[in-house]
Design a protein around this ligand. Structure first.
Ligand code: FAD
Length: 600
């Protein structure tokens, strides 16, 4: 069994050198995020992840959460105590406003911390993750009274939050939501309906749960324009903040799943006994718009789940590869007859692939997190708009690509273990199973890709996409003419991949207008290409910084040399996939759509 160690050196490098922590710390309100404070936070979070969360991951998977006969839920042994410790240590609401008891830290810092929770115990972290999203929605759209009543307890973690969108007939298509919200004389609503797949919809961590629920009022227009957002607490809250009557929302079953067994996925029945009391959030019929606030945050966090799981799978694979003795590797570094499998070139290829993908994903995630901070706090309005446009483009890429890649990396992790990877006791299989949900919830990869094509590329006629591609092109051109051989090799490959991206953007903009069906047939390869190229861009930037630091003797030489080698591996072995994906985007759609549905 390997123990999780937060990759602090890489986290610090990416934060400081790629994502620009010092610039983020200069934004109003973030002055306390000094390098020393941030280093101390990461150190402590790494300790909590290693000592408290990681040891519960395997047992939590084995035991799972259980529905009790009285409708309560029992989470696996140790989870409730870990949650208490988590909130006592102040890990909940890291980015939330100090007005409600939050720490007010930049998203950049919280993203690194969150990566550790995902790596150590993703099923545990889903609870704070969804609470965070619910807090964001109430903070932005709630009334002052709603904020005062709910936010302090949710930010502290004394109460948790959930997100209730999905119904049996309404998954990707939320226009089909049917839960009814009937207005009452006192200004409240009574909700009736069923929500399925609700993460932590019931749990034994806290005394109250605040559900955010999408529903329709009786006179609402059809489709997405008729959906409103309601706050439905499990226990009603009295004026003095104490808990009142039990509300009419109940967990009627828990799903049996492929992974994240410790996370209770609930079917919730609203209004079986007269109606669940709900409070409208914001204006009627704007619920989906508000829910997107929660979803964008949650989509980004789910993308980071891909990063955390990849890191954890990588660490476990390395530990196994160092121990497992099998065969004698050709030209091995050690001369014994039988060596550990880490000596085999193909094992090295797998470990390098896992490592390079993980570092690239981390870089994309942190750079996007820094842009979120800038989009919210930069003093200049134009700068805020530009950062927001970058964030909007990157969110489906972080969600879609980091989770698809997370699946690939955790699958390679199983492969490194050979047969033992398929056997549960090594733990490698759990990461693979847990990763499988990440490409589905918070919008499947197909939905992310549609968003990237329709709203993020075609809507502004490719303006933002081309701007980002131009930035990538600049880095590529600079490195391609650099005297350093490694940077030169990286620059040439990045330039080729970026040319393919440019071409695909042009094709997408043209085709989406003329024939959106053909454009969407290439949406997922388009998203993957973006992920691969943006990852290559960040790895190229990292390589340049590593070369500069090595030249000036500034930093840990082993770390910087390894970064350089990993960036070159990425450019030479992974980045060329961009051109293959571009081919699928530009030429693939006729055959994707060649057969009539009846022929499948
Ligand atoms: C473990 C777990 C936890 C979850 N947690 C929550 C939660 O806390 N709250 C909540 O509200 N929901 C939650 N969900 C629900 C989750 O968000 C949905 O499962 C997801 O959005 C997909 O919806 P669906 O399952 O109905 O699939 P469908 O929408 O039926 O999709 C089936 C397939 O069709 C594709 N598809 C559908 N529409 C399109 C389209 N327009 N273009 C291209 N392809 C399309 C999809 O990509 C997918 O491959 C959870 C689900 C699971 C399994």
């Amino acid at each position: 069994m390997s123990t999780y160690h937060a990759p602090l050196a890489d986290m610090q490098f990416v934060m400081n050198d790629l994502a620009g922590l010092s610039q983020v710390a200069a934004l109003p309100g973030y002055e306390e995020a000094t390098p020393d404070t941030v280093a101390a936070i990461l150190e402590e979070a790494g300790k909590f992840a290693r000592e408290v969360l990681d040891p519960l991951n395997f047992s939590g998977d084995r035991e799972g959460s259980k529905l009790m006969p009285d409708g309560s839920v029992k989470t696996p042994a140790g989870f409730k105590a870990a949650y208490q410790q988590f909130i006592d240590n102040g890990w909940n609401g890291l980015t939330k406003s100090p007005d409600y008891g939050g720490q007010g830290l930049p998203h950049l810092v919280a993203t690194a911390v969150e990566e550790m929770w995902h790596a150590a115990n993703m099923a545990f972290d889903l609870c704070p993750l969804l609470t965070d999203g619910a807090v964001a929605a109430i903070e932005l759209c709630g009334t002052p009274a709603q904020k005062a009543r709910y936010l302090p307890s949710m930010v502290s973690g004394r109460w948790t939050g959930t997100m209730n969108l999905t119904e049996p007939q309404a998954g990707s298509d939320l226009a089909a939501v049917r839960t009814r919200a009937v207005p009452q004389d006192d200004g409240t609503y009574k909700l009736h309906g069923q929500k399925i797949f609700i993460t932590y919809g019931e749990q034994d961590y806290t005394e109250n749960i605040v559900h955010l629920v999408l529903a329709r009022t009786p006179d609402a227009p059809e489709g997405v324009k008729g959906i409103s957002l309601f706050l439905v607490p499990k226990f009603l809250v009295n004026d003095d903040g104490s808990l009142g009557a039990r509300n009419d929302v109940r967990c009627v079953s828990l799903e049996h799943k492929l992974g994240i067994h410790a996370s209770p996925t609930a079917v919730l029945a609203y209004g079986d006994h007269g109606g669940a009391v709900g409070y409208l959030i914001g204006e009627a019929n704007r619920g989906l718009e508000y829910m997107f606030i929660m979803m964008n945050q949650a989509r980004f966090s789910v993308g980071m789940e891909g990063v955390g799981l990849s890191e954890r799978a990588y660490q476990r694979a390395v530990a196994y590869a160092r121990e497992r003795v099998q065969g004698r590797a050709v030209g091995a570094e050690t001369a014994q007859k039988a060596g550990t499998i880490i000596e085999h070139p193909d094992i090295r290829r797998m470990l390098m692939t896992m490592r390079a993908y993980t570092e690239a994903m981390r870089a994309i995630g942190y750079v996007t997190a820094a842009a979120i901070d800038n989009a919210q706090r930069a003093p200049d309005a134009t700068a805020r708009r530009q950062h927001q446009a970058f964030v909007d483009l990157l969110i489906p890429i972080v969600k879609g690509w980091c989770t698809e890649t997370g699946q690939e990396v955790t699958s390679i992790g199983v492969q490194v273990h050979g047969g033992m990877g398929f056997i549960e006791e090594t733990g490698a299989a759990q990461y693979y199973r847990d990763a499988r949900i990440t490409t589905i919830y918070e919008g499947t990869t197909g939905i992310q890709a549609n968003d990237l094509v329709g709203r993020k590329t075609a809507r502004d006629a490719g303006a933002t996409a081309r701007l980002v591609a131009a930035q990538i092109g600049k880095v590529a051109a600079h490195l391609a003419s650099h005297p350093d051989a490694t940077l030169n090799a990286i620059g040439l490959r990045l330039a080729a991949a970026n040319a393919a991206l440019d071409n695909a953007i042009d094709w997408m903009v043209r085709t989406y207008e003329a024939n959106p069906r053909n454009a969407l047939a290439g949406a997922v390869p388009y998203l993957k290409m973006w992920g691969i190229v943006v990852g290559g861009w960040q790895m190229a930037r990292a390589a340049k910084i590593a070369v500069d630091k090595l030249e000036h003797g500034n930093g840990d030489t082993d770390f910087l040399r390894a970064k350089l080698a990993t960036a070159r591996f990425y450019a030479e072995s992974l980045l060329p996939q961009a051109e293959a994906n571009a081919e699928a985007v530009v030429n693939g759609s006729p055959t994707v759509l060649a057969l009539p549905a009846s022929q499948f």
